[in-house]
Design a protein around this ligand. Structure first.
Ligand code: PCA
Length: 148
């Protein structure tokens, strides 16, 4: 099993959570809500509403999200969605569980070598995804513009 911390569109009630719960792809189990032990900036890209946890630990806020255990097939699908390692990079980071206050290591999709302009976008600790535009509807979208 692989433990993943999701903070954006993969959370329950968000537009990509159906993928995380698709039994045709693999197995997944919601474990608990959680919050990152370290602080990170989380930027919301304004045109498509894409959430990015930025690789700049120490700045920003403790990020709220959900802990899921997934099998290898599901992890591979998530990697494909997040374009790991070309766009987001999946990195291990410590997360504190909300119910038991236990520290657990999870994979998190983080944007490394990011375009510094992302630091000027609105920053939040809890993504609620009101203006998110999914991949298929992104006109003029180029993931490279978010990288340094
Ligand atoms: N999906 C991943 C990373 C950002 C996003 O929208 C997640 O929910 O954790």
């Amino acid at each position: 099993m692989n433990r993943v911390f999701v903070y954006g569109t993969l959370k329950r009630g968000q537009p990509n959570n159906n993928l995380l719960q698709d039994k045709q792809i693999g197995t997944s189990k919601y474990i608990d809500d959680g919050v990152t032990l370290q602080k990170f900036p989380m930027a919301i890209e304004p045109d498509f509403g894409i959430p990015f946890v930025l690789d700049e630990a120490g700045d920003g806020q403790n990020i709220e999200g959900e802990i899921w255990d997934v099998d290898d097939a599901m992890l591979a699908k998530l990697d494909q969605l997040e374009m790991h390692p070309d766009w987001y990079t999946r990195l291990p980071r410590e997360v504190k569980t909300t119910s038991e206050k236990l520290t657990t290591t999870c994979w998190i999709y983080i944007l490394c070598d990011f375009n510094p302009k992302l630091l000027s976008y609105p920053q939040i600790s809890n993504f609620r995804g009101s203006n998110y535009v999914s991949h298929i509807n992104r006109v003029g979208f180029d993931p490279r513009t978010f990288k340094a």
